[in-house]
Ligand binder design. Structure first.
Ligand SMILES: Nc1ncnc2c1ncn2[C@@H]1O[C@H](COP(=O)(O)OP(=O)(O)O)[C@@H](O)[C@H]1O
Ligand SMILES: [Mg+2]
Length: 334
């Protein structure tokens, strides 16, 4: 065991399935708190999680979770963290209370304590009235909640949830996200939540780790990462295309959709430059303000900078990503 300020840390972590590189030399640093593990399907999120839990052996590199070595101390890691897997891991013939108690016993809990805790966590995830029902009769939302209950029975300090909202309707999805958020906020626990849904991550997490095709493309606080995508939104009236031309000629980067221009903010003078260009082209500015990028905007900017040609994040988030790599990715972001 090593002492570290990071709940998860890896260095050069690589996992190959035959010739396929699923994790490509990852240097990961996950701090306390809620971190979203984002990336399109096939990016390597589940492989990374399983490698961190010591369920899959890394091909190269090293890492630690809560200070325990992922290569040699997988058992210690799995005892201390809560893992909510992507796949269906419940026994359909067991009642929820039975299932959750059993998972506690597997973790070494005394059967009496496990039973008591099982009642508590099932209530916590909203399954109080369904405790004695067989899991096989559960809806997807209820089954996901039961999975969450099994993963928190031992009150872990770190919860690793792989696509916890998969297959949920909007109401159960909201409930799941709120429950997970509450788990983290109460008692200063940490969370690593894999998702291909940017909204889910933005809702719960203040940090992200972004993967694409097995590579780490960004990590850090969402707020800090968004700072790389500062744009000024300009609503123009009469001559938006002339204004666009003038701004481009004066060295600014502009994207225009009809009368709305998004100008990359270089420094404080960008505003003045826009006003000057509007004057010069007799274009009227109706509104002008800093644009607050969404995680989706951020993802697109990062992909663009790394040399991937993407039309929209939907390209990347579809089951078979159609993003086309135009040239090799440059430097990894922060
Ligand atoms: N057991 C396996 N054998 C071979 N290839 C695998 C295996 N598991 C995953 N992969 C491949 O590794 C890549 C990453 O998969 P995965 O980690 O499941 O991605 P994600 O969870 O981000 O959707 C995919 O291309 C997938 O097809
Ligand atoms: Mg996955």
């Amino acid at each position: 065991m090593v002492l570290t300020e990071h709940v998860i840390q890896t260095h050069g972590l690589t996992k190959a399935y035959g010739p396929h590189i699923a994790l490509d030399s990852m240097d990961l640093k996950v701090q306390k708190g809620a971190t979203g593990l984002l990336g399109p399907n096939g990016a390597g999120k589940s492989t990374l999680i399983k490698t961190l839990l010591g369920l899959i052996v890394a091909s190269e590199g090293e890492g630690s979770v809560l200070g325990y070595d992922i290569r040699s101390e997988g058992v210690d890691i799995r005892k201390r963290i809560g893992y909510m897997p992507e796949y269906d891991c419940l026994n359909p013939d067991l009642t929820a209370i039975h299932q959750v108690t059993y998972s506690g016993e597997l973790l070494g809990m005394n059967p009496k304590v496990a039973t008591q805790r099982a009642h508590e966590v099932l209530e916590y995830v909203g399954l109080r009235d369904q405790r004695y029902r067989e899991v096989g009769t559960f809806s997807t939302g209820m089954a996901q909640a039961a999975k969450l209950a099994t993963s928190i029975i031992h009150d872990p300090e770190l919860l690793i949830a792989d696509e916890p909202t998969n297959g949920l309707d909007s109401q159960s999805r909201k409930f799941m996200l709120n429950t997970v958020k509450q788990i983290v906020e109460e008692g200063g626990r940490s969370l690593l939540m894999a998702s291909h849904l940017m909204d889910d991550v933005e809702n719960v997490c203040d940090r992200i780790v972004m993967l694409h095709k097995g590579k780490l493309i960004a990590q850090g606080r969402i707020e800090d990462l968004k700072a790389i995508d500062r744009e000024v939104e300009v609503h123009a009236w009469g001559g938006a295309s002339k204004l666009e031309e003038h701004l481009t000629d004066s060295g600014l980067t502009v994207r225009r959709t009809g009368r709305v221009l998004r100008v990359i903010r270089q420094d404080e003078t960008t505003y003045d430059q826009i006003i000057e260009s509007a004057d010069a082209t007799s274009c009227q500015i109706r509104r002008m303000h800093d644009h607050e990028p969404s995680l989706e905007d951020l993802f697109l900017v990062i992909m663009e900078r790394l040399g991937y040609e993407v039309k929209s994040s939907k390209d990347l988030l579809s089951p078979s990503p159609s993003a086309r790599k135009v040239d090799s990715p440059g430097e990894l972001l922060p």
